[in-house]
Design a protein around this ligand. Structure first.
Ligand SMILES: [Zn+2]
Length: 423
């Protein structure tokens, strides 16, 4: 079953854009119809705005549907569940490292792994190749893990728990990594960066996997370069969120992330919930096209993103979004009331990724800002100070902006936060 779906996904990578749009529209109609008929939440919410079943498919019908927020999930969790399929409901919760912890449900029958196979195939990795991971596996039960291992036997999966990254644990992992020679290294951006830093600090020679696949946080050029250097392999950026995983991922040559259009419908909207022009940043709305147990339709996940205007040079027709640079909750406020968006804050060193190994921008309670930075070498310190000074000037000198050199950037159990607000 999963293999058939996988073949379908591979075919879709080169299907015409028109056909993909038609196919997606059909999925949207199905999921909205189902949600209106089976779930209390959508029944009530759509009735409140006067949206009827017969409106599905009419001109601009989808954009008329009300937006679902994190608050809705929190207050009406049970009303999202399709009672007839409750036995397939699984619940997951975010750690809250990006702001508010969110409890969400999902349909355990969706063969999500096929989206990871598609990503891997682009880099020449097969599902049965040996893999190494640096992360916390929160979704799978012990039984599911055992079944998975049995299914892929004799494939080896090497793991390093991103929550406990001691020098001993990293050392042991890297030793086993070189022995196993895995085709893929996958993990949280923060944790993989820390391991990559360890490799470079200790001048270790590492086996090069076919790809290093990072997830769960934006991947700025600094981190990409660091990981590339340590493992001598291309780095693939992937975008997913706790509420809806497998949204989009990179290919070997493109700058953007190809969207898994069979699984998710993405919109970027302005403050009036209207689509922003292609190429401009907007609030992200997600619709799960496969979930009939816990439907999420036009769900706002608080990330900001945008479509890329040019098609990818790889020839794949799946549309591309830009890499996600920041989360809405991580924006800074200035005394004048002006807001600085996360996507800008994470780009400070984008033009000069060589000079730093890591950074973090922190806004303190008094609104002053500190840019913490690990210089690649002592000789870059002056240049970094100049960049931070320029950054302060761009903010109009409203708040004090300090530069602080550090040896390491702390992460929350593998998850890296580039922008932190203490306010
Ligand atoms: Zn591509």
């Amino acid at each position: 079953m999963a293999f058939d779906s996988f073949k379908f996904l591979i075919k879709n990578e080169f299907t015409s854009k028109g056909e993909l749009l038609k196919f997606q529209e059909q999925l949207r109609r199905n999921v909205v119809r189902m949600a209106m008929m089976r779930t209390v939440f959508y029944q009530k919410r759509y009735r409140d705005v006067g949206f009827e079943l017969s409106d599905i498919g009419k001109d601009g019908w989808f954009e008329k549907l009300p937006i679902v927020t994190k608050k809705d999930l929190k207050e009406h969790f049970d009303e999202f569940v399709n009672p007839e399929l409750r036995q397939y409901l699984k619940v997951s919760t975010t750690g809250g490292s990006t702001g508010t912890p969110t409890k969400t449900g999902y349909d355990s029958r969706i063969p999500e792994e096929i989206y990871s196979w598609r990503l891997q195939k682009r880099f020449g990795v097969n599902p049965w190749d040996d893999h190494a991971y640096i992360w916390r596996d929160t979704r799978k039960s012990k039984l599911a893990k055992f079944k998975n291992a049995a299914m892929w036997w004799p494939t080896k999966h090497l793991k390093l728990d991103a929550s406990f990254l001691t020098d001993e644990a990293i050392e042991e992992f890297l030793y086993k990594f070189n022995k196993l020679k895995p085709a893929l290294l996958q993990g949280y951006v923060g944790a993989v960066s820390q391991v990559a830093q360890y490799v470079l600090d200790h001048k270790m020679t590492m086996w090069s996997p076919k790809v290093v696949w990072t997830t769960s946080a934006p991947l700025p050029p600094i981190q990409r370069q660091l990981i590339q250097k340590a493992f001598g392999a291309p780095v693939c950026d992937e975008y997913g969120s706790c509420e809806l995983r497998w949204i989009a991922s990179q290919c070997p040559i493109g700058k953007g992330l190809h969207v898994n259009v069979e699984h998710v419908h993405i919109e970027f909207v302005d403050d009036n919930n209207m689509p922003v022009p292609k190429g401009e940043y907007g609030r992200t709305l997600l619709t799960n096209l496969e979930d009939t147990v816990f439907p999420l339709i036009r769900y706002e996940n608080n990330d900001r993103g945008r479509w890329l205007t040019e098609p990818c040079e790889c020839g794949c027709t799946l549309p591309c979004i830009d890499s996600v640079k920041g989360r809405e909750v991580e924006s800074f406020k200035l005394p004048s009331g002006k807001t600085i968006n996360g996507e800008f804050l994470t780009t400070i060193f984008d033009a000069t990724p060589d000079i730093a190994r890591g950074f973090r921008v922190v806004q303190h309670k008094d609104m002053s800002i500190t840019v913490e930075c690990i210089p690649s070498a002592r000789e870059y310190e002056t240049e970094i100070e100049t960049i931070v000074k320029d950054f302060g000037e761009k903010l109009g000198g409203e708040v004090a902006v300090k530069c602080k050199f550090v040896d390491a950037i702390s992460h929350d159990r593998g998850k890296l936060r580039f922008v932190v607000r203490e306010v």
